[in-house]
Design a protein around this ligand. Structure first.
Ligand SMILES: CC(C)(COP(=O)(O)OP(=O)(O)OC[C@H]1O[C@@H](n2cnc3c(N)ncnc32)[C@H](O)[C@@H]1OP(=O)(O)O)[C@@H](O)C(=O)NCCC(=O)NCCS
Length: 167
C-alpha cells in the first residue's frame, strides 16, 4: 500500500465520528433516506462500551507527517455462534470513504479481521452483502464464497408485538 495507515480500536469518544460514517455508508447499501439511520451516539456508546458491549468498532486511519491521523474507513464486528462449527466473527459493516477506494484499504481491514477471527478460534468470518453492487467485486477479490440458497428473515418491532398477541 502506498499510504501509511493503521487500524485502531475505537473508544466512546469516537462514537460521534462513527455515527457520521454510518450515515455516509448508507447510500452504498440502501436507497433509504438519511433519517433511516435511527441509531444515536448515545446508543452506540451504551452498546459498545456499556455493561454488556455488543460490538467492537475499528477505525482505519491514514498517517501523514505533521498531521493528525485521518479516519478513512471503519469496520464494526461482533462474535456470533454456529451450532455446526462454533465461533463466528460477524462483520456488520465495512466502509472505506470513496476518496480512498482502490488503495488496498478494504483488503487491509479484512485481513485485520481475519487475524482477529483466527486468533479467537473462529471457524468463519462472515457478513451480508448486496449482490449486483461494486462490493461484490471486492468480495470476489478476497476469495469469499456466497451461500445464495439462504435468505435473511426478520421480525421488526411491530412483527414481534403481533406475534406475541397471537393465541
Ligand atoms: C467495498 C469496499 C470496502 C472495498 O474497499 P477498497 O479499499 O476500495 O478495496 P481494495 O482497494 O482493498 O480492493 C481490493 C480488491 O478488490 C477488488 N475491488 C474493490 N473494489 C472494486 C470495484 N469497485 N470494482 C472492481 N473491483 C474492485 C479489486 O480486485 C481490488 O484490487 P485492485 O485494486 O488491486 O484491483 C469499498 O469500496 C467501500 O467501502 N464501498 C462502499 C461500502 C460498501 O459497499 N461496503 C460493503 C457493504 S455490502
Amino acid at each position: 500500500m502506498a499510504e501509511n495507515v493503521r487500524i485502531r480500536e475505537t473508544t466512546a469518544e469516537d462514537m460521534p465520528t462513527l455515527r457520521s460514517l454510518i450515515e455516509a455508508f448508507l447510500p452504498f447499501v440502501s436507497n433509504a433516506p438519511g433519517d433511516a439511520v435511527t441509531i444515536t451516539v448515545e446508543d452506540l456508546v451504551r452498546d459498545g462500551f456499556g455493561d454488556k458491549p455488543c460490538f467492537t468498532c475499528l477505525f482505519l486511519e491514514v498517517l501523514e507527517d505533521g498531521k493528525p491521523p485521518q479516519v478513512a474507513g471503519y469496520t464494526l464486528y461482533y462474535f456470533a455462534y454456529s451450532t455446526w462449527s462454533g465461533r463466528v466473527l460477524f462483520m456488520e459493516d465495512i466502509f472505506v470513504l470513496p476518496e480512498h477506494h482502490r488503495k488496498g484499504f478494504g483488503k487491509f481491514i479484512l485481513k485485520h479481521l481475519a487475524k482477529i477471527a483466527l486468533d479467537n478460534k473462529c471457524e468463519r468470518l462472515s457478513w451480508q452483502g448486496i449482490k449486483e453492487r461494486d462490493c461484490t467485486h471486492f468480495y470476489n477479490a478476497v476469495g469469499a464464497g456466497c451461500n445464495s440458497a439462504w435468505s435473511n428473515f426478520k421480525l421488526d418491532v411491530q412483527g414481534m408485538a403481533s406475534l406475541l398477541e397471537e393465541p
